[in-house]
Write a protein of this length. Sequence first.
Length: 144
Amino acid sequence: MIFVTRRTHFNAAHRLNNPSKSEEWNQETYGKCNYPNWHGHNYIIEVTVAGEPDQETGYVIDLGKLKKIIKERITDPCDHRNLNLDVPFLEGIIPTSENLVKVFYEQLKQDVEQSASKGSVLYSVKLFETERNVAEYCPYRWTK
Ligand code: NI
């Protein structure tokens, strides 16, 4: 099994707030991330495809194609946007890294697997919100 990863970055604003909870609950739970007038992150997204190289091309996935899919499905809709307000596929979602990474995975899965070699899967999506805070969605690694 070969793992191929493409790393991309985008900038976006967000606010963590659960509208079904009180103001106090939100402030206590999210702290600065709950400030009403938004804040920004320099996000880094890493998309990993796993499989065997195609016999003719030697690729698990053409990284040019993967780059294009990430651009169309994630960075074009999200870059320099407000993740709470501007991105249709994030509507109603509290934009924590955990929630974002799972939605991003679903956004990418079909296109990535169609472009990859036979039997390859979208293995994981990792989102760095800061250098120190990272969330990863990897449905293959752990099942309850
Ligand atoms: Ni934040």
